[in-house]
Design a protein around this ligand. Structure first.
Ligand code: UN1
Length: 499
């Protein structure tokens, strides 16, 4: 059953001004049309930004604990609709149902966390260098924020960008990925049920070139938060510079799991399978490099091959499925092109082809794929593939391992399996990444710690946790002088010993 959806602008559901539409189809079955959506343009973005601007004074002046109460209600409503939203996600995006439930749960977790922030939003109070003078820094909202989200976490990522933005007092316009607009629209509908006032959250569907660019270039949008491809991130940053926007970019990864010779191999194996092939490898945090000590290399690769041979591909709504489809046919082609490159660079252990047999032929499936004997500087070991493909690299010593871990342009998530506490701490110190794991794979970051990466993974910002508040608020330093006389900072130094 297909449904026609509309944009949400200022509390009203409206079609694109042009009347144009596009469809979202299930990646597990291309004949299953999930919905028809507005193919919007700059005019629709203008209307949404205008609505967000109109809603801003009242929302930003509402006491933060009150905004928090609304977010508590939103969290409860999302929890009540978790199953429905998860099923819609599996249908529209493909990830297996257990993972879709985790995706929705991540949004619920962030909603509760940020709702609680309504009664904190801590600032700083510090002593002044002058007598009878009070000094503090408070958080102020910024204005209208533009949120551009990817398809791989169709509910979690809109949630983890939106809830901190809202609790800080901003209003928002969301442009969801064109592969998963139904998830985003249903999510926003539930937000409205929770009591978010009209115009505080707006959603406009359509292409990156029309809707995304209009949002990024809009003079009245003060902030852009984007998750997606590194090239798009660079383009957004460049376009946004003209209006001096604050921009947060969450981009690619080439995340390694290092399996040391003393590792619990069973645990490392479970974690590698989960991190490399969960979400069909379509996570920024996916383990696309397995860096394995030569002493355990052959045993590990053989065990991994056996495990991967047993993975069942299929529709994520089917209980028996381990690995769902990839997002669309363009993705299948890109992954197949990398598999072809891999054949020329390394040994194919298993997989390497699109999966078309039987019911799989109706959708976009790719066999879980392992390459071994991969040189650390091979293209498949350096470039983000964003699919169910992982590369095993053999290593002999720690210095070489650190060098290989750090040799890629990205720095999102790194992991080490060892029983050696010294190496564990060295990995945290020396691996270049925003997320560091020990005896745990590269995926599964929690909602209350900063999320993000170093190097080409981003531009220095972090999402969720306390870090998100810094991104979505402006610091205002406040000085209240109650001395009743002129006190010159840095000049009237009688209280500071200069000798
Ligand atoms: C992403 O792939 O863009 O740590 C986000 C994880 C998830 C988030 C992934 N909590 O894998």
């Amino acid at each position: 059953m297909s449904t026609t959806y509309q944009n949400l602008i200022g509390g009203s559901w409206v079609a694109a001004q042009s009347g144009k539409t596009f469809d979202s189809v299930s990646p597990a079955n291309h004949t299953d049309v999930v919905g028809t959506f507005p193919s919007s343009s700059a005019a629709d973005v203008d209307a949404a930004v205008e609505a967000a601007k109109r809603a801003y004074p009242a929302w930003s002046m509402m006491p933060a604990p009150k905004r928090g109460e609304i977010l508590f209600k939103v969290a409860r409503i999302l929890a009540e609709h978790k199953e429905e939203l998860s099923r819609l996600m599996t249908r529209e995006m493909g990830k297996v149902l257990t993972e879709a439930r985790g995706d929705v749960q991540e949004a619920i977790d962030v909603a509760y966390y940020m709702a609680g922030e309504g009664r904190r939003l801590f600032g700083q109070t510090v002593p002044s260098e002058m007598p009878d003078k009070f000094a503090m820094a408070i958080r102020k909202p910024i204005g209208v924020v533009g949120i551009i989200t990817p398809w791989n976490f169709p509910v979690a990522i809109p949630g983890w960008k939106l809830f901190p933005a809202l609790i800080c007092g901003n209003t928002a316009v969301i442009k969801p990925a064109s592969d998963t607009p139904a998830c985003a629209i249903r999510f926003v509908e539930l937000l409205m049920e929770g009591g978010i006032p009209d115009g505080v959250v707006n959603i406009v569907t359509g292409s990156g070139t029309e809707v995304g660019n209009a949002l990024v270039e809009h003079a009245d949008v003060k902030v852009i938060s984007f998750t997606g491809h590194t090239d798009t991130g660079v383009e957004i940053s460049t376009r946004a510079a003209k209006t001096l926007k604050r921009v947060s970019l969450e981009l690619g990864g080439k995340n390694p799991i290092v399996v040391w010779e003393d590792a619990d191999l069973g645990l490392a194996l479970d974690s590698a399978v989960w991190s490399a092939f969960g979400t069909s490898g379509q996570r920024c945090t996916a383990a696309s490099r397995l860096i394995v000590h030569r002493a355990v290399h052959d045993e590990f690769v053989e065990a991994l091959r056996k495990r991967v041979a047993g993975l069942v591909l299929g529709d994520g709504l089917d209980d028996k499925t381990d690995v769902g489809p990839v997002i669309n046919e363009t993705a299948v082609e890109r992954i197949a092109a990398y598999a072809a490159i891999g054949r020329g660079e390394a040994d194919l252990v298993i997989g390497g082809e699109p999966a078309r047999e039987g019911a799989l032929g109706k959708g976009s499936f790719f066999q879980p794929t392992i390459f071994a004997e991969v040189k650390p500087d091979a293209r498949i070991a350096m470039e983000e593939i964003f699919g169910p493909v992982t590369s095993v690299i053999a290593v002999d010593n720690w210095e070489e391992t650190v060098r290989i871990v750090n040799s890629v342009k990205y720095g999102l998530s790194t992991s080490l399996f060892t029983r050696d506490i010294n190496l564990a701490f060295r990995s945290i110190r020396d691996f270049e990444s925003g997320l560091g794991y020990v005896n745990h794979g590269t995926i599964g970051a929690e909602a209350h710690l900063p999320f993000g990466g170093t190097k080409a993974t981003g531009n220095g910002h972090r999402e969720v946790g306390q870090a998100a508040l810094d991104f979505f608020s402006e610091w205002k330093s406040v000085y209240i002088d109650y001395s009743g006389k002129l006190q010159r900072a840095q000049i009237d130094m009688e209280f500071i010993d200069q000798s």
